[in-house]
Design a protein around this ligand. Structure first.
Ligand SMILES: Nc1ncnc2c1ncn2[C@@H]1O[C@H](COP(=O)(O)OP(=O)(O)O)[C@@H](O)[C@H]1O
Ligand SMILES: [Mg+2]
Length: 500
């Protein structure tokens, strides 16, 4: 059986060292693997081997030349590092777990940062969890060691394909699809997912592909605030919004190697704002299939639920960068800016998260596309919408008549209705003021009625439900006018013609 090995396991750490950050934080469950990688770097990073020492809170330093005998205390341990002569690699295993209540340890680490910089000394912290005090954030370089990059995933998938599907393995096109959906898993998880799906059914088809998706969803849930969103929707699932769809179609190939090598600008992000239930979230969900990139949804509610929202947010951004090229979806981004409160401001952490995000958007080099949506658009500060931040800002209005026709068609098809039995133009005229979600609800309710009455779903059933529905917009007339005038100068209409 061939093994799934990381082709460039230590590469990510090596890159951090090349940036000459003396403090490196490796987040990994596989302490042993990290230790071997650092030991190897101590042998090879410089022209001749340099000392490699390991510290634990139980044994203090092992392998540190001229170390004092008692180095179990973290401050004493770091002082020993500062006194050590010449370059070297110092791996510290339990340190992050000891930060709490030890301001002196944090202070000492900052001293190490300043004094070791440029001297070829590297202190590497390893921990499965990210515990990073505020005061250290600028000094520490974070490495996500467990997450393999695209080449590693590709390699693992080709090995696993041959293992479970026979010598031919996966076809190149199938392998591409699998790589896209499985990126973001560790190598262990990849093996696990493959054995679970293909040991039972040793062939690749739509059914096993769906099982892969389901397994991936299962395992990425533990990531915490990031949720992997599988590519289950296409542009055909969206009725209307033709301007937005054109924009997405035109950028379909910009994340490919050819486009990047040709020097084409890589899209940075898209902001969609407007009425709720008009397809903002739905549109985001179509991008992964169209662009062939993995999509990760950042749940701001979960971020604010953690002990240190800023650190969590920072870590989420880093994780998505590690998975680039990828799409980061921030749904209802006004939450990130105001914490969901109507009157923003007040909480300094919120302001910091927001400015962290703006800076990151500005400076990120990784190929991460940000898809942001906003419902309560009056909560968005002007600097957020300002030109240049996002490539485009779209306003999604209530669907016009043509769009309502298209939305009916989408949902009637999903309900397996016989379209020849419907006058969708009539249905569209009868649903002025309905949003997409309400049209979907109308179709679903009529399908249930028809099923209970043992009749096929027809126009009559749909008309009856329409008559009994009051769309939200009817009671929100004033608010809708306000939203429209606010968006008028700030955003491009997602629809091809203005609403009627
Ligand atoms: N333009 C549309 N075409 C087809 N379905 C739509 C459209 N807009 C909304 N829907 C339906 O309503 C549901 C909710 O829409 P969603 O995208 O979540 O709205 P928003 O994020 O703008 O509040 C979608 O999952 C979809 O089924
Ligand atoms: Mg939404």
């Amino acid at each position: 059986m061939s093994a799934v090995v990381p082709v460039r396991g230590a590469e990510r750490i090596r890159r951090a060292l090349l940036g000459s950050y003396p403090l490196v934080y490796v987040q990994s469950w596989e302490e042993g693997r990290v230790e071997r990688a650092i030991a190897m770097l101590a042998q090879k990073f410089y022209e001749r081997p340099v000392p490699f020492a390991v510290w634990t809170c139980v044994e203090g330093w092992t392998g540190l030349p001229e170390a004092p005998t008692e180095t179990r205390d973290p401050v004493a341990a770091l002082e020993a590092v500062l006194r050590a002569n010449g370059p070297g690699f110092f791996l510290m295993k339990d340190l992050p777990a000891l930060f709490d209540g030890r301001a002196d340890v944090v202070r000492k680490l900052r001293d190490v940062y300043r004094q070791a910089k440029g001297k070829g000394k590297f202190v590497v912290l390893v921990s499965p969890r990210l515990i990073l005090p505020e005061d250290l954030k600028k000094e520490v370089f974070l490495v996500d060691y467990d997450l393999p990059d695209e080449a590693e995933v590709r390699n693992a998938i080709s090995v696993l394909g041959r293992r479970y599907l026979g010598e031919a393995g996966l076809s190149p096109a199938d392998a591409d699809r699998v790589v896209t959906v499985l990126r973001g898993l560790t190598l262990d998880e990849l093996e696990h997912v493959f054995s679970k799906v293909f040991a039972r059914t040793p062939r690749f088809d739509e059914a096993t592909f769906d099982e892969l998706l389901a397994e991936k969803e299962q395992s990425s849930r533990k990531e915490g605030v990031l949720e992997y969103v599988p590519p289950r929707f296409t542009l055909d699932d969206v009725g209307g919004l033709e301007n937005l769809k054109d924009w997405l179609r035109k950028r379909q190939h910009l994340f490919t190697r050819e486009a990047v090598e040709a020097g084409l600008p890589v899209p940075k992000g898209l902001l969609m704002m407007g009425m709720s239930g008009c397809g903002k979230s739905l549109s985001v969900k179509t991008i992964p299939a169209l662009w062939n990139l993995p999509l990760f949804r950042l749940d701001m509610n979960l971020v604010f639920g953690t002990a240190n929202p800023e650190a969590t947010f920072h870590r989420a951004l880093k994780t998505v960068e590690g998975l680039a090229p990828s799409i980061l979806w921030i749904d209802e981004i006004e939450m990130a800016i105001t914490g969901g409160r109507e009157a923003g401001g007040g909480d300094p952490a919120l302001g910091r998260i927001f400015s962290t995000f703006l800076t990151w958007m500005q400076e990120k080099e990784a190929l991460v596309f940000v898809a942001a949506t906003a419902n309560r658009i009056h909560l968005l500060p002007a600097e957020f919408i300002r030109k240049g931040r996002f490539d485009q800002v779209f306003f999604l209005d209530l669907p016009n008549e043509t769009e309502r026709k298209a939305i009916f068609t989408v949902h009637l098809k999903k309900a397996k209705a016989d379209l020849s039995k419907f006058d969708v133009v009539f249905l569209a005229k009868a649903t002025k003021g309905f949003n997409g979600a309400e049209i979907e609800a109308v179709v679903q309710a009529s399908a249930i009625d028809a099923f209970n009455e043992k009749r096929p779903l027809d126009e009559d059933a749909v008309s009856r439900v329409i008559t009994n529905t009051v769309p939200l917009s009817r009671t929100m007339d004033e608010q809708i006018k306000a939203i429209k005038s606010w968006a008028h100068n700030r955003a491009l209409s997602a629809s091809r013609e203005s609403a009627s």
